[in-house]
Design a protein around this ligand. Structure first.
Ligand code: URA
Ligand code: ZN
Length: 361
């Protein structure tokens, strides 16, 4: 059974050029007072504190597709489903968005074509453009050979994923059979990290801000009835759904005990959180622990979980380490969580992705 990595990012050359041309976040630049630090990628809203204002080093592993293939070969990954990394095109002025999306998507499609059978992709949407442009790009992505869905952040058209104006977008995705890979970027407001945030590097925004952002975004979709109106919409949640598998019962219970919602009859015919998690939601296995992975498996079924690495983020910090710790931790979480059940482990490592994303040919 092949090993398939469905959570793995790239900034194609056209997107790198865009980042290099910018002077406000997100951008790539050198810092003249520290030339040995080389090019730095600064993307996160939380990257304005002393310990992380200079982002991270950005080398060819972020943009050179040969490096992706080398990473795959070292780790025996047969197929990768690559996606543009955050913050996608969210920051673009409306007028530029549609054309940039086409350019970036064509760039990614070309990369996939260079390695037949090894690369597929999730496309990017011009979400700051009018919804009709977004729908057009979805239709176009549906015609590209290697595209299997779209990657999206949590901001939607500007006011989140519970915005009714997104319904035509969700419907276009449903109609063309493309899934949404929902991925965080914005985290939580910096104020929650407190006045000593700069002592803690990127840990609070990445370990907690990211998963909570995802959890809140999906819960808003659930509460606003997206999955009732677009019942066949498929969403793949990054980082095993943030904290959704752990909190689904609490969300359901809060709905059941909300007198205001009951009086307004708003939730009367809603599908339950559990049913949406089983029928509409896939979870990646990028959670670094068998404890959380077991909760994800219990929630969406082992046939709804797919292996990922988050490459090229979380590289080894020591020079000369060939196997990445982040890869090993996620791989071992799967083998530990599924114990003796080699068949299920193989499905999570690749079989599920082959089936769900139609990768065989
Ligand atoms: N940091 C990011 O900004 N994105 C990821 O996907 C992982 C870490
Ligand atoms: Zn990621």
């Amino acid at each position: 059974m092949p090993i398939v990595d469905i959570h793995t990012h790239v900034y194609p050359p056209s997107f790198m050029a865009l980042l290099r041309s910018r002077t406000s976040v997100p951008y790539v630049r050198e810092f003249p007072d520290n030339p040995s630090a080389g090019s730095r990628l600064v993307i996160l809203p939380a990257e304005d504190t002393a310990s992380n204002s200079r982002g991270r080093p950005v080398g060819p592993e972020y943009y050179d597709i040969k490096e992706k293939i080398a990473f795959m070969d070292i780790h025996k990954i047969d197929i990768s489903v690559i996606s543009l990394a955050n913050p996608w095109l969210d920051f673009l002025p409306s007028k530029q968005a549609a054309e940039t999306a086409r350019r970036v998507n064509d760039d990614v499609e070309r990369m996939c074509g260079e390695y037949p059978g090894r690369l597929y992709a999730f496309g990017t949407l011009p979400l700051s453009a009018p919804a009709t442009d977004v729908e057009e790009e979805i239709e176009r992505l549906g015609t590209l050979k290697h595209m299997r869905g779209v990657i999206m952040g949590t901001s939607g058209l500007g006011s989140g994923l519970d915005d009714p104006a997104l319904d035509p977008v969700y419907e276009a995705l449903e109609k063309t059979g493309q899934l949404v890979f929902l991925h965080p970027h914005y985290g939580l407001p910096n104020s929650v990290y407190g006045p000593r945030a700069s002592n803690y590097g990127h840990v609070l925004p990445l370990a907690l801000g990211f998963p909570l952002e995802t959890t809140i975004a999906v819960t808003r979709m659930l509460l606003s009835g997206v999955f009732d109106r677009v019942p066949k919409l498929k969403v793949l949640l990054a980082h095993s759904g943030g904290t959704l598998p752990f909190l689904a019962g609490r969300i359901e219970s809060c709905v059941a005990h909300d007198a205001h919602l009951k009086k307004e009859g708003k939730m009367a015919n809603h599908r339950s959180v559990w049913s949406v998690l089983k029928e509409n939601i896939y979870l990646d296995a990028v959670i670094y622990s068998h404890v959380a992975l077991k909760a994800a498996i219990d929630t969406s079924g082992s046939d709804g979980i797919m292996f990922g690495t988050d490459h090229p983020f979380f590289p080894p910090l020591e020079e000369g380490e060939k196997e990445w710790l982040s890869f090993r931790t996620n791989y071992q979480a799967i083998t530990t969580a599924l114990g003796e059940d080699q068949k299920q482990a193989d499905m999570v490592l690749g079989g599920n992705a082959m089936k769900i994303l139609g990768l065989a040919g």
